[in-house]
Design a protein around this ligand. Structure first.
Ligand SMILES: [Cu+2]
Length: 147
């Protein structure tokens, strides 16, 4: 077998492997995309408290359905479902509320939806856990759960 022919077989083999992987990955990527809400208005959520969470360098802004907003603090009601619609206006941030077991990336141009129901009142620490620049550490605050 000459050398050129052998090289051609190798190229075909590599092509087959790459195309095979691409096809296998396509299914997984579509599944992941489906689980992310691309509706920035969040109109698919109908019950509980809906809060738009906007990450930006270097603070978290929380916008309630009555259009009022707070910075680095937000308040929710105990035993009521909370939906956070999380996005970013600049770089990737990551909202983490450890005691609620809630974590969501804040990605520019994409709205990530996360839901939870707080079952006790109190103050719960949250912070950005994706290094996002010089004042990353300022992206922290408390969620207050009231009756
Ligand atoms: Cu951040």
């Amino acid at each position: 077998m000459n050398k050129q022919r052998l090289e051609m077989y190798f190229m075909i083999a590599v092509l087959v492997i790459l195309v095979g992987s691409a096809v296998a990955n396509y299914g997984t990527i579509s599944k992941i995309s489906e689980s992310i809400s691309h509706d920035p208005s969040g109109t698919n959520v109908t019950d509980g408290t809906v809060i738009h969470v906007i990450g930006h360098q270097w603070a978290w802004t929380f916008v309630y359905s009555n259009n009022t907003s707070t910075v680095n603090a937000f308040t929710v009601t105990v035993n009521e479902k909370v939906t956070l619609l999380v996005n970013s206006t600049d770089v990737i941030h990551d909202l983490y509320i450890p005691q609620m077991d809630v974590q969501s990336y804040a990605v520019p141009g994409q709205t990530n939806e996360i839901q939870f129901t707080p079952t006790q009142t109190g103050s719960f620490f949250f912070e950005c856990v994706e290094y996002c620049g010089e004042y990353h550490y300022e992206m922290r605050g408390y969620m207050t759960v009231v009756n």
